[in-house]
Design a protein around this ligand. Structure first.
Ligand code: SAH
Ligand code: DHB
Ligand code: MG
Length: 223
């Protein structure tokens, strides 16, 4: 039997105290497991953090890159007002299909649109459609493309748009400039871009918890 790390116990405690027991989200995670999706959704307390961010800024339009089974999607979509909208991009049709089922289960099908395919292609389509700016953009797909996703996020932004990215620490590998892992290099380029891009001001924090040692970046678009 493996022993729990302190931070796993703390996550369990904080989640038990602060996150409402939620039979829908429990079923979503069970469905994901049943459908063999990897358990790489955000943690419950991180999902609620996304929900609170969306509410803090009164988000009405949210873009998510990387749906998986829709767990983070549901947390964010629940923050939307009646007329709000969330567009989420997913490469894998199986993931998208499970997510569609889960989002229906959560009663959010009216507000959430899943677009299936390479995110870079879907982003281009969105631009062709002349999509309006988003209030909140959550980047959580293939990490090597993070620099491209940030460029796209800026194109879909207005002053005040909040851009978030998951998994930017990767057990500390992010500091390894010689890493041969394209995911690490993608994150490093993403951080460089955040640093150099005058249109956004950003920070990043490390996180530990049930999902291990990782972190997220957040920025606000200035112009
Ligand atoms: N945001 C989810 C987790 C996403 S996991 C949550 O927290 O619940 C990352 C997802 O990105 C996976 O489902 C994967 O299939 C998808 N993905 C990977 N590469 C992609 C690409 N090129 N375009 C779109 N989605 C991609
Ligand atoms: C991976 C992706 C994620 O979005 C995550 O939260 C954890 C791991 C991955 O691709 O390994
Ligand atoms: Mg992630």
């Amino acid at each position: 039997m493996s022993t729990l790390h302190t931070w796993e116990k703390v996550d369990a405690y904080l989640t038990e105290r602060l996150i409402q027991q939620d039979s829908i989200l429990d079923r979503v995670l069970a469905n994901n497991k049943q459908a063999d999706l990897p358990a790489i959704d955000v943690a419950p307390n991180q999902g609620k953090l996304l929900n609170l961010y969306a509410r803090m800024i009164g988000a009405e339009r949210i873009l998510e890159i990387g749906t998986l089974g829709g767990y983070s999607t549901i947390w964010m979509a629940r923050a939307l007002p009646e007329h709000g909208k969330l567009i989420t991009l997913e490469l894998d049709p199986h993931h998208a299909s499970v997510a569609g089922h889960n989002i229906a289960l959560a009663g959010l099908s009216q507000k959430v649109e899943i677009r299936v395919g390479e995110a870079l292609e879907q982003l281009e389509k969105l631009e062709e459609e002349g999509t309006a700016a988003f209030d909140l953009i959550f980047i959580d797909a293939d990490k090597p493309n993070n620099p491209h996703y940030l460029q796209w996020a800026l194109r879909f932004s207005r002053p005040g748009t909040v851009i978030l990215a998951d998994n930017i620490v990767r057990k500390g590998e992010v500091t390894n400039r010689h890493s041969t892992d394209p995911r690490v290099q993608g994150v490093r380029k993403f951080i460089d871009l955040l640093a150099e891009e005058p249109r956004i001001t950003a920070t990043a924090v490390q996180t530990v918890g049930v999902k291990g040692y990782d972190g997220f970046a957040m920025g606000i678009v200035k112009s």
